[in-house]
Design a protein around this ligand. Structure first.
Ligand code: BDP
Length: 638
């Protein structure tokens, strides 16, 4: 099976002088927004689709399926975009398919986009898992390694070649994981013909969620003028330090205007980089920390030459983030993370972006009184981060560095790909006020000797990309042998006492959890977040005294953890994130009954008993810490 170029090609150097470093990426990848100079056309809906079922999964390339309509080279089915393809049909081979699948859609491009040579047309894919190649009218326009992050290609000249024809977009996506992909995986061929059919192979993964695949986020065409605002960087501290880069002309006139919520100009400038000082600044505050959380200004960038004008408006929240030995400070006030870990996961659509689900999840997060979440274990959709900005939900932004367990995944090829992924992640998410910390990995084998160089390099690189945010990775290793902990700003620890260790023995939690905190703090003197803890519970399963997998056991386990958190949060524990917000799908395994059931909500977002325990706790924590006044709609009945 072929997976082209597992390490991404480093192209034009892209200068980020505000962050004081150089990013090896071309293009700023600003989120496509409509404006007076920009149009957006969504290509969501039904695409033609065919998995390449040939033994080597290479027939599509051998027969050049991209050269003609997909329906002309074989049978196709309808496939919704965005969505994972795995759970859409009744076919188990498609659910578990590994290799190339092919998507195709024909689209009419508005005539003006074609006739106006001053219009630049860009094709953008919000994310596709894992490796993607894109053709337009049979010509390759781009390829991209990695799910969860966007990629795009300018296609203006291509679509102008034959303006009468519709534009045919073909996207081939391959979900094969190797030891050098993020996350890593391996393909294992079973060659014993007395036990396995011809060509039988499995994909081994070292992470605990279903390896959903396909086009997961919206596909768009958007326009800009040929001279356009390529990137904006805003550094968010009581003033806005910014830098605008323009492509397509050596000189352009700029006007940068910062507007408050009512559209009043509060600061302006006409230089490509500088500082916007706001008098009586309204800071961006987290949910439940202020009566007006998530305050966003609008930074309008208007750029023009004698021929072209481009307008891009970026939402901007002004806040500071700092870490001390014992505290996490937002706007110089101690912030305690009482939140959740999530997954992008739901029935039928898998990891496909789904607005009803996103809005429901935000309503549940706010109902719970949670003020934060971690994007376990990969970057979530930009649309979700934009909601976090607006609602004041604080985010620990994690890259897909999950399941780095094999020593071969610490080699140079893995590390250079990991660095590129951090480049892409920081490029995409740098302007979100809700993002307060980067997480470069989850539970890597950080005790292995090469982990020291690997994490030192990775964390240093991430800090060079963005010196305004702390960096961490999530560990479950032994505090004394962890090789990366000296380099993180905040220690994030996952532990499953009385679940994976000493199963059924709730009585071990106080002693073991206490020791965990004392050991990590004693050695590193850094604030600690309990970044995961939890227990599986099958909704409706009851037993008292509690037994594992019942709702009572999940409750009792959480409460035991909470007793210890309540002592340690007075010292250096700065947060607790439950594993998990909702039940989610995993690979089939003897310890998983149709997925992981550690959710406090079911996969259909109905509460288990534990949701009410957490709700009471989170509102109490918010109330204690910030003495919530009546504006919060505090549920007094709790
Ligand atoms: C943790 C992993 C998480 C798993 C969880 C579990 O970080 O991805 O889903 O264990 O087993 O160690 O429930």
């Amino acid at each position: 099976m072929s997976v082209p170029g597992s390490s991404a090609v480093l192209r034009v150097l892209w200068l980020l002088s505000v962050f004081g470093t150089v990013l090896p990426l071309d293009g700023g990848m600003l989120f496509p927004r409509e404006s007076t100079s920009r149009e957006v056309k969504e290509l969501n809906g039904l695409w033609d689709f065919r998995p390449d079922g040939s033994l080597n999964r290479n027939e599509g390339f051998e027969k050049a399926w991209y050269k003609r309509r997909l329906a002309e080279t074989g049978p196709v089915i309808e496939m919704p975009v965005p969505a994972s393809y795995n759970d859409i049909t009744q076919d188990p081979t498609l659910r578990d398919f590994i290799g190339w699948v092919w998507y195709e859609r024909e689209v009419f491009v508005p005539a003006r986009w074609i006739s106006d040579e001053g219009t630049r047309v860009v094709l953008r894919v919000g994310s596709a898992h894992y490796y993607s190649i894109v053709w337009v009218n049979g010509e390759k326009v781009t390829e991209h390694e990695g799910g969860h992050l966007p990629f795009e290609a300018e296609i203006s000249s291509l679509i102008r070649r034959d303006p009468t024809k519709p534009c045919r977009i073909t996207i081939a996506v391959n979900n094969t994981l190797t030891l050098e992909t993020l996350p890593p995986g391996t393909i294992q061929y079973m060659n014993d013909r007395t036990r396995y059919p011809d060509g039988f192979f499995v994909q081994n993964i070292y992470f605990d969620f279903f390896n959903y695949a396909g086009i997961h986020r919206p596909v768009l065409l958007y326009t800009t003028p040929t001279v356009y605002v390529d990137d904006i960087i805003s550094l968010l501290k009581c003033l806005v330090r910014y830098k605008v880069s323009v492509q397509g002309a050596a000189t352009a006139t700029l006007k940068v205007t910062l507007m408050d919520k009512d559209g009043h100009c509060v600061a302006s400038s006409n230089t490509p980089s500088g500082v916007l000082k706001v008098v009586d600044v309204k800071l961006w505050w987290p949910y439940l920390m202020h009566e007006n959380p998530g305050y966003l200004y609008s930074m309008e960038v208007r750029q023009h030459t004698s021929t072209y004008e481009d307008v891009y408006t970026l939402p901007v929240g002004i806040r500071t983030v700092n870490v001390t030995k014992t505290q996490f400070l937002i706007n110089n006030k101690p912030f305690y993370f009482h939140g959740v870990n999530k997954h992008e996961d739901s029935d039928i659509r898998g990891k496909g972006l789904d607005w009803p689900l996103i809005v429901k999840d935000f309503n549940l997060i706010k109902w719970l009184g949670a003020n934060s979440f971690r994007t376990s274990h990969y970057p979530y959709a930009e649309e979700i981060l934009q909601m976090c900005d607006r609602h004041g939900i604080v985010v620990i932004d994690e890259c897909p560095g999950v399941g780095i367990k094999d020593i071969r995944s610490f080699g140079n090829a893995s590390l250079s790909h990991h660095l590129v992924v951090m480049d892409e992640l920081v490029r995409r998410d740098k302007n979100h006020p809700s993002v307060v910390m980067w997480s470069v990995a989850n539970e890597p084998a950080s005790e292995m000797p090469p982990a020291e160089f690997y994490f030192k390099t990775l964390i240093k690189h991430t800090k060079a990309l963005d010196h305004t945010r702390p960096v961490t990775y999530i560990t479950d290793s032994n505090y004394a042998r962890d090789k990366g902990a000296p380099f993180v700003d905040v220690v994030c620890v996952n532990s499953y006492f009385s679940w994976y260790h000493d199963p059924g023995h709730l009585e071990v939690i106080p002693i073991q959890l206490n020791a965990q905190f004392e050991n990590w703090y004693g050695k590193y003197k850094k604030p600690i977040i309990q970044s995961e803890y939890g227990a599986d519970a099958l909704p409706g399963l009851h037993m008292d005294p509690p037994m594992m997998f019942t709702e009572e056991y999940q409750n009792a386990l959480l409460q035991s953890y909470h007793d210890v958190f309540d002592q340690k949060r007075k010292q250096y524990v700065i947060g607790e994130l439950i594993w998990n917000f909702a039940d989610f799908m995993t690979a089939q395994a003897i310890h998983r009954v149709v997925g992981n059931k550690k959710g406090i909500f079911t996969r259909q977002r109905q509460p288990k008993a534990a949701a009410f325990i957490l709700r009471r706790r989170y509102w109490r924590l918010a109330n204690e810490t910030w003495r919530l006044p009546p504006w919060t709609k505090y549920p007094c009945s709790l």
